[in-house]
Design a protein around this ligand. Structure first.
Ligand SMILES: C[S@@+](CC[C@H](N)C(=O)[O-])C[C@H]1O[C@@H](n2cnc3c(N)ncnc32)[C@H](O)[C@@H]1O
Length: 312
């Protein structure tokens, strides 16, 4: 007979004390206590879903955000993003990045997920290095690059024929995206976070070890799991890992290119506040579906969460 799953999913991840060396028992006990405290913690979080252009985030005060996680449009990769040329796209991205710099608190992180983009050149396929170009924009805005994570997207999709089975023109199977970890210079001030919230933000040791690896192997969102959904979402695990690594319970998380609301959903689950901007009003229905909002949740919410949806 299958063992009954404990009600609380964090409780299910506890490490059994009996199977470990005595010297690690205390650490495990502390870890389990923190997981219990997080599960029991009652904190009311607020989530603002704003339909508007994030190049002007007038509703956010300077330095009011503790962490930014986002994935911008990949230039003209999808039907929603139509720019006349790359320069215009980069100018638009630059406006948003400057706003991100303004609203982020000193010393806090900006996690930027982006991929390069293939295009047809006169001599064959070539890559537009969107990652390095956006990184340059971030550095120009004043951010510092503190880490580079590579998202290895599983499952791997077949292989590229190229000149199979001969040299000299094989094509490398594209399966990696960048997650640049940037920082706004300055001394972070963590005094606002209570000891309780800090304890509740503790990660399990295995999580910490896994998330601090430079390659994150995570499932891409597959079409079959996203029927009728937003065209380019990242998986929940991407913002969840960033939230756990770079923020405390109760912090304010921003996604300036919110899409279906993946970051908002992860922030709510992890007891952080959130704000997202999404320019395209048609995508607001995806957000409602994905974050599971109905008319009673918007504006009302549950005792633990309140959601607000508005046009800028
Ligand atoms: C790659 S998608 C983000 C998907 C998101 N990470 C998710 O999981 O759903 C980029 C989104 O940015 C939106 N967007 C593009 N320019 C914008 C802007 N200036 N302000 C707000 N949203 C914008 C697009 O409409 C698109 O939904």
């Amino acid at each position: 007979m299958m063992a009954k799953k404990p009600k609380n999913s964090r409780a299910a991840t506890k490490t059994p004390l009996a199977t470990t060396e005595p010297k690690t028992r205390n650490k495990i006990r502390e870890e389990n206590d923190a997981a219990d405290e997080f599960a029991r913690l009652r904190v009311k979080t607020k989530h603002k879903i704003i339909q508007g252009d994030s190049s002007k985030m007038a509703r956010l005060n300077s330095g009011s955000v503790h962490l930014i996680i986002t994935s911008p449009p990949y230039y003209n990769a999808k039907s929603y993003s139509q720019w006349d040329d790359l320069g215009q796209y980069l100018d638009d991205m630059s406006s948003v990045v400057s706003e991100c710099f303004r609203v982020l608190a000193d010393g806090r992180k900006f996690c930027l997920n982006i991929s390069d983009l293939p295009e047809k050149g006169e001599s064959g396929v070539r890559w537009i290095p969107l990652g390095p170009k956006l990184l340059e924009i971030c550095l120009t805005a004043g951010f510092e690059l503190v880490d580079r994570i590579f998202w290895f997207k599983t499952p791997l999709k077949g292989f590229q024929y190229g000149s199979l089975p001969y040299p000299p023109s094989p094509l490398i199977n594209d399966s990696v995206e960048y997650i640049y970890i940037l920082r706004k210079p300055g001394k972070p001030d963590y005094r606002y976070a209570s000891n309780k919230f800090k304890r509740c933000s503790r990660m399990r040791r295995e999580e910490y070890v896994e998330y601090t690896k430079q390659v994150w192997s995570m499932r891409r969102v597959q079409i079959k799991d996203n029927i009728g959904g937003h065209i380019a979402p990242f998986p929940d695990e991407l913002p969840s890992r960033c939230i756990k690594l770079y923020s405390f319970v109760g912090d304010v998380i921003l996604d300036p290119f919110g899409g279906r609301g993946t970051t908002v959903k992860s922030a709510a689950k992890l007891k952080r506040n959130s704000v997202m901007y999404e320019k395209n009003g048609d995508f607001m229905d995806y957000v409602k579906d994905y974050v599971k909002l109905d008319q009673t949740t918007i504006g009302g919410g549950t005792p633990n969460m309140s959601f607000e949806m508005r046009r800028r």
